[in-house]
Design a protein around this ligand. Structure first.
Ligand code: GLY
Ligand code: MN
Length: 440
């Protein structure tokens, strides 16, 4: 991260955040934006804490993800101030003194205790304080004013070039680790060992990864958020679905790939989903309603099911009757950035009062906004053979839409999901994931 280009992108990023903060404060009637980095939480009846997760509003400004107890103060017209906790502590690793290309953009005050930070904060009554209450002195308990939060979250969908650069790096790490995981699958390793191969290649573990790795062999691919990680390898590894990301400077990537062990009908279906997914990625263009991509995905996936003999009715009929939702029961994707499921997916405007509805019958869609340049979205269609949903379909009026012998043939493979992270630009979409896999 010593790249001079990163430094200049970051300078521009801070200007954008300053401009957003000024308007957000005006909207809420406050003078200062105050953002605690957050503190660890104790587990119930225990003296161990949960893994620390930095306040996303804090890491939006500074590439610091392991600095509990620090604060950021933003006052329009002034340099932002970073109150940086570097405790005297011989139990834990103490954060290094702040160094790097980002430091020059802040007035930095290093403090040794949480209490010492307080005199550096402006009078609380004039502050929009964004965060969670743990470990914060009473008068600085976050008030999270709705108008301020809504404005910042709405605009966070539009990534700065600096943020795209960080997500590109996260994608590079993720693609590299995905290759290691595929090799581990082809060597017949267990889910747990594939997971370890992934973490080793990414040089990241549970505390760094943006979400728990989904590493699913065979039927486990039908569990949408399968995080069990069997320690024993199955007798035969037929198929492999891996949904695993990586982080860089606080930004996430979110990548899913599916493989068959052999060149069989399941691999043919994977290839068809992959081709359809790339057509969906091509829809990530300015002015396109994300709901349109989701609904079009249903038609495309139903067409694949028909082509592979699973559906006996037309794709249109399967979508119309809701049968497509048995096989594709989640949304086509979501916004991504500082959080793997980025915020404000339903916001109609930056005032935060109105939301954009999900299409009827599609309760799990996480993004309903119209795509615009700077937005980064995932595109993650899937086809699954989920017993619970198949049982309902078989017991209902649309059972005859399906060739149940074909379902039985595909069921041992679990499911398919292909997921990329795609940037909307002024012209062609930029697929960060495909770009990362294309690198040697
Ligand atoms: N990668 C997991 C999800 O998007 O839900
Ligand atoms: Mn995702």
């Amino acid at each position: 991260m010593t790249d001079p280009n990163t430094a200049s992108l970051y300078a521009r990023h801070i200007e954008v955040l300053q401009a957003r903060a000024r308007i957000a404060l005006e909207r809420g009637g406050f003078e200062h934006l105050v953002v605690p980095s957050g503190n660890p939480h104790y587990q119930v009846f225990d003296d161990r804490d949960y893994p620390y997760a930095v306040n996303p509003q804090f890491k939006a400004w500074v590439p610091l993800t392991r600095n509990p107890g620090s604060w950021l103060v933003v006052t329009p017209g002034r340099r932002p101030k970073l109150i940086y906790l570097q405790p005297r502590d011989y139990w834990h690793v103490v954060p290094e003194a702040p160094v790097g290309w980002w430091v020059e953009h802040f007035d930095v005050a290093v403090v040794r205790t949480a209490e010492e930070a307080i005199p550096h904060l402006p009078p609380a009554a004039r502050c929009a304080i964004l965060g969670e209450p743990q470990g914060v002195r009473a008068e600085y308990a976050p008030n999270n004013p709705a108008a301020v939060v809504a404005y910042l979250e709405y605009h966070r969908a539009f990534k700065t070039p600096y943020e795209i650069a960080m997500m590109r790096e996260a994608s590079r790490i993720g693609a590299h680790a995905h290759r290691a995981a595929e090799a581990a699958f082809r060597h017949g390793l267990s889910e747990f060992d594939i997971h370890l191969a992934y973490c080793a290649a990414a040089r990241q573990d549970a505390n760094d990864l943006p979400y728990g790795n989904i590493v699913a062999l065979n039927e486990h691919g039908a569990v949408l958020h399968y995080t069990q990680l069997d320690r024993e390898a199955p007798a035969a590894s037929r198929s492999f679905l891996i949904d695993a990301g990586a982080s860089y400077a606080g930004y996430a990537c979110d990548i899913t790939r599916t493989y068959s062990a052999r060149d069989d009908d399941f691999q043919a279906m994977v290839d068809a989903v992959d081709a359809a997914q790339q057509r969906m990625c091509a829809q990530v263009r300015s002015g396109v309603d994300y709901r349109r991509i989701h609904l079009d995905a249903h038609l495309a996936l139903a067409g694949i099911l028909r082509d592979h003999g699973v559906l006996k009715v037309s794709a249109e009929a399967a979508v119309e009757s809701g049968v497509s939702s048995t096989f594709f029961p989640h949304g086509v994707g979501h916004g991504i950035g500082l959080q793997v499921h980025d915020v404000a997916g339903f916001a109609a405007a930056d005032a935060g009062t109105a939301t954009l509805a999900k299409p009827d019958g599609h309760p799990y869609l996480r993004l309903t906004r119209t795509i615009a340049p700077g937005m980064v979205v995932t595109i993650e269609p899937g086809i699954y053979f989920i017993d619970m949903l198949l049982d309902d379909l078989r017991a209902g009026p649309n059972a005859a839409s399906v060739d149940w012998a074909r379902v039985a043939a595909f069921r041992p493979y679990g499911g398919i999901r292909i997921e990329d992270d795609v940037v909307c630009t002024e012209s062609e979409p930029l697929n960060l994931t495909r770009e990362a896999f294309a690198r040697p």
